[in-house]
Design a protein around this ligand. Structure first.
Ligand code: MIG
Length: 813
């Protein structure tokens, strides 16, 4: 509920003091000192650093010297300086570097950015600031502008006409389009016009603003405190922007495979028996599951790094049984440490000065679950190390994953967070909480990730976080906080997570089924169908809501959920491959169609369907009592996953989708690596791979290919070369197809005898393969090498020994 205070003149009338805003004025000189180009203006200066062919940094500064240190969002190795060519004309200076030409107008200090063909890419008009430290710049916004990125925001994919604030906030409710700040702050705006795109990343962890609404033909980016320090990242392809931005701020660490499984959570599974019964039920019902979460009730009166002795009397025993079932535990850890003189963690924090303090020296105390609590000052490396090492408590139990909640930080007070005048020690460069607010959650997850890693003996950690800042992807997966069991929130999850993917957060997802409010059988089915194709896949629900474990609505619903969760596991090798790609390129596993079809005007704001990787298109049903929906298929031929029907793209179709069906299409010519069905993701007892090839054609010009990355799925041995890369190709010829595979490297020996190649939905009729016998299904099942026809799928399969030297087969029609 809002009171009249909502329209307080101070809130909506910031423009009134406009007159007091200062501007750079004329640009007076441009010089280069140690690779930094300094443009001195009448009232302020600009520093430029060229970081790559397509990226430069620009920082506004007052006074004589510029401080070019960065926040931890930016990886240190990405700060090398490239040289530019400097030219001067009567009206401007130009700096050319790689693919960009930057022009600084002498009269106004405005910037124009051109590509090598002298096409105007972007224009930054005057930068202004007010006496209270707010800074704002104005950028051109042509009529055909579209906006993306900005991390975790509500509303549609395209952010034109919107206004957003970056200020990490615990928003239990409402998640609606007019909420401008949620838990994450990713101040990266991607602007696309004329089918070409660039990004601007404002590296400022205080409050920042992006306004694509109020200024007609311009948009603005501003901050209310701290530095105006931007990175301009030119595309022109969106993929280039995502790659370059994630090169700057880092890419996801390759997760352990179990983190990609299906996860089950609830606020809360109340005791050890409930947890064990849950795990046993998953196994009895043969529903795949990798993780059960422990929400706040596992703790002893909400003290982090403890178990409640009554509810969880035997964590070791519980962990041992869970391990035998292949199920992991991820417990929640909040930042608030209970003020309690008998509590060891609190005492250590006090004794070693690890908690956040006000400028005057008083500890900052806030009210959260445990009551009055102190908050570690993660800006201080020694506090972070201390915190990280506390996780030994969990790793010694065999726990390798931690869930960070409430780390905006959320506090039960009027401001909802830490007092703004807390003075973070920031490793000797003290700054107020107001200046560093958006970093708090990321620093906590960084400390957690590093602490786990140090204590896990070579195992990969997994961290899940609610709050974050640019670069959080290096340390944690992100879930989208307290959504509700509303159909609208199911729909909202698509654009939200798609934009997160464009903002570096490749490993993200919502609470499947909805957190607050009560789910229904139908909503749970539809949401799970969609959710199993999101990067992060967890079913979570709030206290006192209807249960939403997969069996909560009877056997029929359960069987649908089992099938879809099973699909995620069958596709696990493909999914893991996409995660490996994300860890190397930054490109997210879940993609808006726009990312692959940037020139198609039908997809600029399409966000009720999405791609998994490049070639799988999902179009979930997200309304109740609905069995049909429009689906847009981009150029090319698409295969209906369920019926095998081949459909010409570049048009809209009407899909029929009774409850069991989520419309799903595979691009003709695509390949998907499938594994054998398992109940948990890092079950490596049988690593047989089937490469399923859709729509192969025996004609010249046809080519399908795939690179399969594999490793032990849980350790860091891959960093020392313990991974393999299988290259596969299927090439059309006049009377057949040539199939070939080879190992580019084989540093990991998968546990299998055979590779299978299955051609489905193909008009090709296989007659003969030289050197391979035709088998009956029974012979194939007995484990003979050869090929066979499968009536059920209408496809045929080559089952061949997995040879490290690879092999080539000619398939004759
Ligand atoms: O709502 O720990 O977003 O997932 O279950 C209060 C209890 C705090 C918020 C998280 C939610 C979690 C809950 N937490």
């Amino acid at each position: 509920m809002d009171t009249s205070e909502a329209i307080h003149p101070d809130r909506i009338g910031a423009e009134v003091v406009r007159q007091a805003w200062g501007q750079i004025g004329k640009a007076l000189s441009l010089t280069c000192i140690d690779g930094v180009y300094i443009c001195r203006g009448e009232r302020a200066s600009l520093a430029f650093v060229f970081l790559s062919d397509t990226m430069f940094r620009m920082k506004l500064f007052m006074g004589k010297d510029v401080d070019l240190s960065s926040t931890i969002a930016v990886l240190p190795r990405e700060q090398s300086k490239l040289e530019a060519t400097l030219q001067e004309s009567e009206s401007a200076w130009t700096l050319s570097s790689g693919q960009l030409v930057l022009e600084i107008e002498k009269k106004t200090s405005a910037l124009s950015i051109f590509d090598v063909n002298e096409r105007l890419v972007a224009r930054q008009d005057q930068i202004s600031w007010n006496p209270r430290g707010a800074i704002q710049a104005v950028y051109d916004m042509p009529g055909d502008s579209h906006f993306y990125g900005l991390g975790e925001k509500a509303s549609f994919l395209d952010k034109k006409g919107e206004h957003y604030t970056m200020w990490n906030t615990d928003v239990y409710a409402p998640h609606v389009p007019e909420i401008e700040a949620l838990y994450q702050s990713i101040p990266l705006l991607i602007h696309m016009h004329g089918r070409s795109s660039y990004g601007i990343f404002l590296d400022n962890p205080g409050r920042t603003d992006f306004d694509m609404r109020s200024h007609g033909i311009a948009y603005t980016i501003g901050c209310s405190t701290g530095d105006y320090d931007i990175y301009f990242v030119y595309g022109p392809q969106l993929k280039d922007v995502v790659r370059e931005y994630t090169k700057l701020t880092g890419r996801i660490a390759l997760p352990p495979k179990w983190a990609l499984g299906y996860h089950q959570s609830r606020y809360s599974y109340m005791d050890q028996n409930e947890v064990l019964n849950l795990a046993r039920t998953f196994r009895e019902k043969e529903i795949p599951c990798d993780v059960i979460y422990l929400d706040i009730h596992y703790m002893d009166e909400y003290r982090v790094f403890t178990f409640d002795p009554v509810r969880f009397p035997d964590p070791e025993g519980m962990m041992a049984e869970l391990k035998s079932l292949g199920i992991r535990i991820v417990p929640i850890v909040d930042p608030g440490v209970k003020k309690d003189p008998k509590y060891e963690v609190y005492r250590q924090g006090i004794a070693n000065n690890h908690f956040s303090r006000k400028l005057e020296g008083d500890l900052f105390f806030g009210d959260v679950w445990p009551g009055i609590s102190a908050f570690p000052d993660f800006t201080d490396d020694s506090a972070s190390e201390w915190w990280g090492n506390l996780h030994k408590y969990y790793t010694e139990l065999g726990i390798a994953g931690i869930w960070n909640d409430m780390n905006e930080p959320a506090v039960f007070n009027a401001s909802k967070t830490m007092d703004l005048d807390v003075m973070h020690s920031n490793n000797g460069n003290p700054k107020t909480h107001e200046e560093l607010h958006n970093l708090y959650g990321m620093l906590m997850s960084k400390a957690t990730y590093e602490g786990l890693k140090n204590n896990l003996d070579g195992e990969r950690p997994f961290v899940l976080t609610r709050a974050g800042y640019s670069g959080i992807q290096r340390y944690a997966a992100v879930w989208t906080g307290d959504n509700r069991s509303f159909w609208e929130h199911m729909a909202l999850a698509m654009p939200m997570v798609l934009n997160m993917g464009l903002s570096g957060l490749a490993f993200a997802g919502p609470d499947i089924g909805g957190f607050a409010h009560h789910t229904s059988a139908e909503l749970l089915v539809r949401w799970t169908q969609m959710g199993v194709l999101f990067p992060y896949c967890r079913n979570h629900s709030a206290i006192a809501t209807l249960r939403q474990e997969p069996w909560s609505f009877g056997p029929e619903i359960e069987s649908i959920l089992r099938e879809y969760i099973g699909l995620r596991y069958r596709w696990m090798p493909h999914l893991y491959n996409l995660f490996q790609e994300a860890s190397e390129t930054g490109l997210p596993p879940m993609r808006p169609l726009l990312l692959e079809y940037q020139d198609d005007p039908n997809v600029t704001n399409l966000c009720d369907q999405f791609l998994v990787g490049r070639d799988v298109l999902a179009a979930p049903i997200y309304r109740p009592d609905t069995e049909h929906r429009a689906v847009y298929l981009p150029e090319g031929e698409w295969i209906d996953y369920w019926t095998g029907e081949v459909i010409a793209g570049n048009r809209h179709i009407l899909a029929h989708a009774p409850l069991r069906i989520m419309p799903l299409y595979i691009k003709s010519g695509a390949v998907i690596a499938e594994g054998v069905p398992t109940l948990y993701a890092d079950d490596r007892t049988d690593e047989t791979i089937t490469l399923r090839i859709y729509g192969a054609q025996a004609k010249k010009g046809f080519k399908a290919s795939y690179s399969l990355y594999e490793d032990d799925s849980s350790s860091f041995a891959y960093e020392q070369g313990a991974s393999s890369l299988l290259q596969f190709e299927l090439i059309g010829e006049d009377h057949g197809l040539q199939l070939q595979y080879r190992y580019e490297r084989q540093g990991y020996q998968a546990n299998r005898e055979f590779l299978r190649f299955t051609l489905v939905c193909t008009s090709f009729k296989l007659a003969q393969i030289e050197g391979l016998n035709e088998l009956t299904i029974e012979e194939a099942e007995e484990g003979q090498e050869g090929w066979y026809f499968d009536e059920q799928t209408g496809g045929f399969t080559l089952q061949v020994q997995d040879r490290s030297e690879g092999a080539t087969y000619f398939l004759k029609g």
